[in-house]
Ligand binder design. Structure first.
Ligand code: SF4
Length: 394
């Protein structure tokens, strides 16, 4: 059976954050019941095409703000998945939550329906930084949410943090990360802030009202984080991700590992992406267009369902390039040379001899001693984008 991950997109937020360009909408909560029905219908339709020979390996409710959805609705979507697909025995099931938006009762209920992992958008412990980002919570609500999640029996907790925030200093970053560590999460994701066009933050920067921290400071923040997280017992497994892990436990995010290993996933909901059977597709982004398309019989661009907006078939060259690009993000695991050959019938060196040798010479890539895998070097980790571009092709 082929292991496939399922991503469920929840495109609702109470208010848009100042840096956000995700596919999410504020003030549309009245559409939630119709959206949940559309999700279940999409799951039915996709399973008609693809349920044979596959097992759901992970489920991830991302957003948006999935914690705006009641446990009953989350359960309805899970039941729909379970009635249409086989599941592996122990499925990692994640829900993204915003601090301060959920009660103990909510967490107990989602734990009861099988949610095993919570990803909490902490972002910073500094109130001025949270205000600048337009977040709706404070650090105290993060502490409270982590405490309630533990009490409810959620074993695997991730905290998301952002560095490189305008006006952020080394001191405030260190304080935020130390406070995050003090909450004893099992997993940490640290993302450098990207300023997306047309966001309120981009406008403030363009108007000269605020300025970005310089690249050197951002690099120092990252390096310091690597050091303190290692000292605190976290193992880095991806450029932006750390987890507690030993011979008994493994809190790496199995869902995201599926993406980084370039393995198949089915995405459901407005704007969700899927990669399966050498095909990639993306659903209509707007909530109402998605709901109407799923419920109607609009003209289709492919046989999957009428809410698909973009569809493409991938050549083996594209899949190999993406496997290199994504796999190299995994700092220890890298790209496994035998897996690559088994999957594509060619070795990494048959296809990328020149690129690998060149990147090796400039100290960005390394092949391990027993020639089992290719990974980024320490320097390569800091210049990852340069490495990834080499495998993108024309
Ligand atoms: S909570 Fe997340 S998805 Fe919603 S607006 Fe903020 S950053 Fe975007």
């Amino acid at each position: 059976m082929e292991k496939v991950s399922a991503y469920i997109h929840i495109p609702f937020c109470v208010k848009r954050c100042n840096y956000c360009d995700f596919n999410t909408y504020a003030g549309k909560e009245d559409l939630i019941p119709a959206y949940i029905s559309a999700l279940c219908k999409e799951i039915d339709r996709v399973s008609l095409n693809f349920s044979e020979g596959i097992e759901i390996y992970t489920v991830y409710f991302g957003g948006g703000t999935p914690s705006l959805i009641s446990p009953n609705f989350l359960h309805k979507v899970l039941m729909s998945l379970k009635s249409n697909f086989s599941f592996i025995e122990k499925v990692e099931m994640t829900v993204e939550v915003n601090p301060g938006t959920i009660s103990l009762n909510y967490l107990q209920q989602i734990n009861g329906i099988g949610i095993t992992r919570l990803s909490i958008g902490m972002q910073s412990a500094n109130q001025a930084e949270l205000d600048l980002l337009g977040r709706q919570h404070d650090y105290v609500s993060v502490v409270k949410t982590v405490g309630l999640a533990r009490k409810a029996g959620i074993a695997n907790i991730n905290l998301d943090l952002i560095f490189g925030i305008p006006n952020q200093t080394e001191k405030t970053w260190k304080k935020s990360l130390k406070k995050a560590i003090s909450l004893k999460p099992d997993h940490l994701s640290l993302y450098a802030l990207t300023i997306e066009d047309s966001t309120p933050l981009a406008e403030k920067i363009a108007e000269g009202m605020i300025s970005m921290p310089d690249d050197d400071l951002e690099a120092e923040m990252y390096e310091w984080a690597e050091k303190i997280l290692k000292q605190s017992g976290f193992k880095q497994y991806e450029i932006s991700n750390w987890a507690r892990r030993d011979q008994y436990i493994d809190y790496r995010c199995q869902h995201n590992l599926q993406y980084w290993r370039n393995l198949p996933y089915l995405g459901f909901g407005a704007g969700a992406h899927s990669y399966f059977n050498h095909m990639r597709w993306e659903n209509k982004k707007q909530i109402l267009s998605y709901i109407n398309a799923i419920n109607g019989e609009d003209e289709r661009i492919c046989t999957i369902h009428p809410a698909v907006n973009i569809y493409s078939e991938l050549s083996s060259t594209m899949e190999m390039g993406e496997t290199m690009m994504m796999g190299l993000r995994l700092v220890r695991e890298g790209v496994n040379l035998l897996d690559f050959r088994n999957r594509f019938g060619k070795s990494v060196f048959d296809v990328y001899e020149n690129e690998v040798r060149r990147l090796e010479q400039v100290g960005l890539l390394q092949i391990d001693d027993d020639r089992k895998r290719i990974c980024l070097t320490r320097r390569g980790k800091h210049l990852g984008n340069q490495v990834f571009m080499s495998f993108l092709g024309d």
